[in-house]
Design a protein around this ligand. Sequence first.
Ligand code: ADP
Length: 515
Amino acid sequence: MAIQRTMSSRESAGLRHTLRTPINHMIGYAELLLEDPRLPAGSEPHLARVLAAAQQTLTIVQTHLTGAESEEQTVDFHRLRSDLEECVVAVLRTATELESIETGDRLSDVRRIRSAAQELLTLAGGALPVGSAMLPQSDPADHRDIPARIIARFLIVDDSEQSREILCRLLERQGHTCITVSSGKQALEVLEEQHFDLVLPDLMMPGMNGLETLRAIKSNSKFGDLAVVMLSAFDEVDEIGKSLEAGAEDYLLKPFDRIVLNARLHAILERKRLRNLERRRTLELELADAELRRSNEELRRFASVVSHDLQEPLRMVTSYMQLLQRDLGPHLTENQTQYLNFAIDGGRRMSELIQDLLSYSRVSAVEPQRELVDFNEVIKDVRIHLRTAIAESGASVISSDLPKMTADGSQVRQLFQNLVSNAIKYRSEKPPVIKISAKHVDGDWLFSVADNGLGIDPENRQRIFEMFSRIHDRSVPGTGIGLAICQRVVERLGGRIWVESTPGEGSTFYFTIPG
Ligand code: ADP
């Protein structure tokens, strides 16, 4: 019996596509099961048979339904059906045998193969007079449904009532909500009023087609970045390509395969959820950053105002104390002299603290100057500034030939001054020897200030750069701000600072400056 029919290339492509979907599932699941490292003994030959038979069905479909693309072709449906049946029945039989070997999620995959084989026959039956004798009973528990975990609101746009109905039911079975409309124009009206997670327009519609609907959605800023997935009856590559170019998220081919539909929609909704999450996180980061900048600025202003305002009354207190000390000096008891000394010393320390706070807030607030700085001159200035401390401690400050480079001269002076003065302050019994040098490493200048002082324990080497952090004897004067200033200066120049040290032998402070 020869049942021959003439088909246009478009019809043939549609049928080819329809039949290929379950075939791809058979092949896909068989390959997955074969590649699975948990493959049970005895399964492999069965799976290899399933795979070979499934691949054979693909060859049959390609052979019978591949005519010249532009021409009509005559298809022998009887041959097509019987060729297919032979292979599909082999798949079904082997899948049934496999069901007695496999368990758990592998068993579910075997059932998926069986369902796909069954569907291939059923689908073919829509176009071909399929003999039903060999069809196995359909499985009451349909294992093909993979629940979509994200529940969403869909707008289905399709002129075919039946298509709308099918898709809507498929989606509602997964717990989604659907609204259906029959034209692009209606879709745009509904979108003005209601919120949707995803719009599903059919590509081929009379009047405003799917592509035009998509373009109208994408050009309307009110809809934001609403995701659109195109529905297409045939593999119309051109139209699908244009839709993707116009901003469609994806496309789905009719008739819908529930596995593919659920998996794709789930992937799209998941992408959308991740995009929203990322956008929210970026916004939160921007807000946090703005807040941080605002509070830094406030802190800087506070520090600067407070420091200036405190400076003046403090100077009065200290100078009047000194006047008292001078005028009453001979008449004061030993205790009273000591009290006055404590008060004057307290005032001096407070003044230092205010000075350091001011320096820190200045370094933080003011954009560093960009000028050519001769670092050898900087060290000369530092030596002059610290001459008393150097002389009193008998320190030697040795510097090698240092570079000239673009930096902020006064900030760099402060940086070296703090490091050299610390090397003197935290000296050991030995007279301090301080060596300053620089070398060019990987495009950066690496500076070092090495001393032979007390050294720093490993656990404190990070901490000392924090504000107010002091680790040595409090009898050494200091505010714990000096190194925080150094770190700030270096970071503002785009470098980093750290210390290496051997307790009892000395420390070397390193910092880099790009250039
Ligand atoms: P300050 O010297 O005012 O206390 P710094 O911020 O300059 O504050 O230094 C923080 C702490 O780091 C110091 O109190 C000291 O304990 C330690 N320190 C800094 N420089 C050295 C050094 N060259 N050798 C040993 N310890 C140091």
